[in-house]
Design a protein around this ligand. Structure first.
Ligand code: ZN
Ligand code: ZN
Length: 427
């Protein structure tokens, strides 16, 4: 395999306290050398002057729709979007058709992904067979087959009893249970956040309590079992407060937030219609502030996209009928740079922590750092580059993004996975 010299960039790797202009030598998929002025010969030199060289981003939460949803996304298109967004690894949720609830399906996904290449794939397997909330899947066999976490995402784990059993199995295996926090008895038929926007649209509202009731249940169970609970797409003020308090009690809980939940409020539904319909819904300005506060003080550990492609035909339905979700792999970095780093809310080091260090830690993979001997998963970004996101240029098969035409500052320049240049921005 060709050797690579990444020259003159600002290397930001908070896991091992690196933030300095350094060169990186990559050989055989590993980082061989890091240091100043390594002007040695390599098969290929990447000029990274003026750019940030970070450990590859890990997305804890994507929907790649294969098998069963190929009209909306394929594994190949989703992984191409991932590397274009700077993600060297992604964790696909199991709510495909069929649901990833068996070893054969987890293995088939990994085999397919390895034939494609591009980004690494770490599957999340279902908590319950068919994610139907009745029978637990075989956590031990699925973990052995390569699943890194368990979730019934798309819906919550149905009952407290099932969640307790799931957590006990997960704790023994040292893997997290990822919860989509929602109490269906509070959200049934809900389309957008409960409040003035829902009233204006005459739409059923989804109250914050729906998320918080489920989260509170799971925190109680995480404390009782000692398991690692990871909260997906946290979106409300109350959820941030619950996680913060749980941390203080020593409960093993981590949390992720999506870019759309820290950038947009429910007002966006008035402007973008179904392309701003997601679950959990976009919330109020007060919730956005609380989520930002949670990122700034480290209550929230990770930024994950919840990349949820849907074919145009589906999103063209009425607001009440269209499916939930937006694409997110190619806009995450630009949005995080524009709304978090450039306004001075968080540092570049914190951003790398949210996109790489912590997600790798949450799924217990030896990634998220640039050090000699580590896997050469590297994201190179141009922090000051102004660009416009054009959804028609997306590598995803779907076009359901509210960010089409948005001016962003900060873009991905190159993505290297196991020493291989899998994406390079040419414009
Ligand atoms: Zn979800
Ligand atoms: Zn999801």
């Amino acid at each position: 395999m060709a050797s690579l010299l990444i020259q003159g960039g600002r290397v930001v790797s908070p896991a091992n306290d690196l933030d300095a202009p350094l060169d990186l030598v990559v050989e055989e998929g590993l980082i061989r050398e890091i240091g100043p002025g390594l002007g040695r010969r390599a098969d290929r030199v990447v000029d990274a002057r003026g750019q940030v060289v970070a450990p590859g981003f890990v997305d804890l939460h994507v929907h790649l729709r294969e098998p069963g949803g190929e009209d909306s996304e394929t594994l190949e298109a989703g992984l191409a979007a991932a590397v274009a967004g700077g993600f060297t690894a992604v964790c696909p949720m199991p709510n495909t058709s069929p649901v990833n609830d068996r070893v054969e399906l987890t293995r088939a996904l990994l085999n397919h992904a390895s034939r494609i290449g591009l980004a690494r794939v770490f599957p999340i397997a279902a908590v319950s067979m068919g994610s139907e909330g009745e029978a637990l899947t075989d956590f031990r066999a699925l973990t052995a087959a390569g699943a890194v976490a368990f979730s019934d995402d798309g819906r919550p784990v149905k009952t407290a009893g099932l969640m307790r059993n799931a957590m006990e199995s997960a704790r023994e295996l040292g893997v997290p249970v990822i919860e989509h926090c929602e109490d269906p008895s509070l959200t049934a038929g809900g389309v957008v956040n409960e409040g003035p926007v829902a009233d204006k649209l005459g739409a059923r509202g989804v109250p914050a309590a729906s998320e918080e009731v489920c989260l509170a249940r799971d925190l109680v169970l995480a404390e009782a079992t000692g398991a690692h609970l990871h909260v997906a797409h946290l979106s409300t003020t109350g959820s941030v407060e619950l996680v913060r308090a749980a941390r203080r009690r020593g409960i093993h809980v981590t949390a992720e937030v999506t870019p759309h939940h820290f950038v947009l409020t429910d007002d966006a539904v008035l402007q973008y219609g179904t392309n701003a319909k997601m679950n959990p819904p976009l919330r109020s300005a007060r919730d956005v502030d609380a989520v930002l506060g949670g990122l700034i003080d480290g209550t929230i550990d990770a930024v994950a996209t919840d990349h949820a492609p849907h074919a145009s035909l589906l999103k063209a339905r009425a607001l009440s009928e269209a499916p939930f979700g937006v694409t997110g792999l190619e806009t995450a970095l630009g949005l995080a740079m524009t709304f978090l780093v450039h306004p001075g809310r968080i540092s570049m080091g914190q951003l790398v922590t949210f996109l790489s260090v912590n997600p790798a830690r949450i799924i217990n993979r030896p990634l998220g750092r640039l050090a000699v001997g580590s896997a050469a998963d590297v994201t190179i970004l141009d922090p000051d580059r102004d660009w416009v996101y054009r959804v028609e240029e997306s590598r995803s098969k779907s076009r359901n993004s509210p960010f089409d035409g948005w001016k962003l500052k900060g873009c991905v320049k190159a993505t290297i996975v196991a020493g291989k240049l899998e994406y390079e921005r040419t414009t």
